[in-house]
Ligand binder design. Structure first.
Ligand code: PRP
Ligand code: URA
Length: 209
């Protein structure tokens, strides 16, 4: 199994603990997830391509930098939406595509229901956002769709991953870097990550009860 890149900053560990806690309310979950996403964005873009830029400070001329690499965020609906705000905060010029996909509760296979992507996929750094990498079915299918549409530089960004999901995604798409804040123990027999954080979409949107 190709190793995922683990984002292990202390502030991420603190936030992930809040997100895992079953007593964390939906409004707090949403706010903390957004904050965590900004922290994750730093790790995922550490090699972003810059260009030197001449500027003038109030005191003298100097050289600064501007980002030249176009970034496209692609959240997998619904739960991926919870990560978009935090990424956009640090990548204000990012374009956002959407992939609608849910997991059939019986078969655990992904079912597609929506797709809207920017046209410039080929030249861009494409970041697929989804808090949960469980069986890996949704992730592998999203990467396949993006490659079919022309994306070449794709990274998969998750909050929590299972060993099974990492194995499936890296086998299907060895060129895609996988980022996660935690590689958890395993999946249970309903395809939920252990210890995990439960159903991410339900916790973000308050649809669990
Ligand atoms: C969750 C999660 C992933 C998927 C992961 O979405 O956000 O998209 O499950 O599971 P997999 O790795 O086994 O494919 P879900 O299907 O619950 O839909 P939702 O985001 O609309 O709640
Ligand atoms: N989807 C979730 O939201 N949580 C899991 O643990 C697995 C899939």
């Amino acid at each position: 199994m190709k190793k995922p890149i683990i984002i292990s900053h202390p502030l991420v560990k603190r936030d992930l603990t809040i997100l895992r806690d079953k007593n964390t309310s939906s409004p707090t979950f949403r706010a903390v997830l957004r904050r965590t996403a900004s922290l994750m964005a730093y790790a995922v873009t550490e090699d972003l391509i810059l260009r030197k830029k001449k500027i003038v400070t109030p005191l003298e001329k100097t050289i600064g930098y501007e980002v030249v690499e176009q970034t496209i965020l692609v959240p997998i609906l619904r739960a991926g939406l919870g990560l978009v705000g935090g990424f956009v905060e640090v990548l204000p010029n990012a374009r956002v595509g959407h992939i609608g996909m849910y997991r059939d509760e019986e078969t655990l296979k992904p079912v597609d229901y929506y797709l809207k992507l920017p046209k410039i996929l080929k030249e861009a750094l494409v970041l697929i956002l989804d808090p949960m990498l469980a069986t890996g079915g949704s992730a592998a299918s999203a990467v396949t769709v993006l490659k079919e549409k022309g994306a070449r530089k794709i990274r998969f960004v998750s909050l929590v991953a299972s060993p099974e999901g990492v194995r499936i995604l890296s086998k299907a798409h060895p060129d895609v870097r996988i980022y996660t804040c935690a590689l958890d123990r395993k999946l249970n027999n309903r395809g939920y990550i252990l210890p995990g954080l439960g159903d991410a979409g339900d916790r973000i949107f308050g649809t669990g009860e």
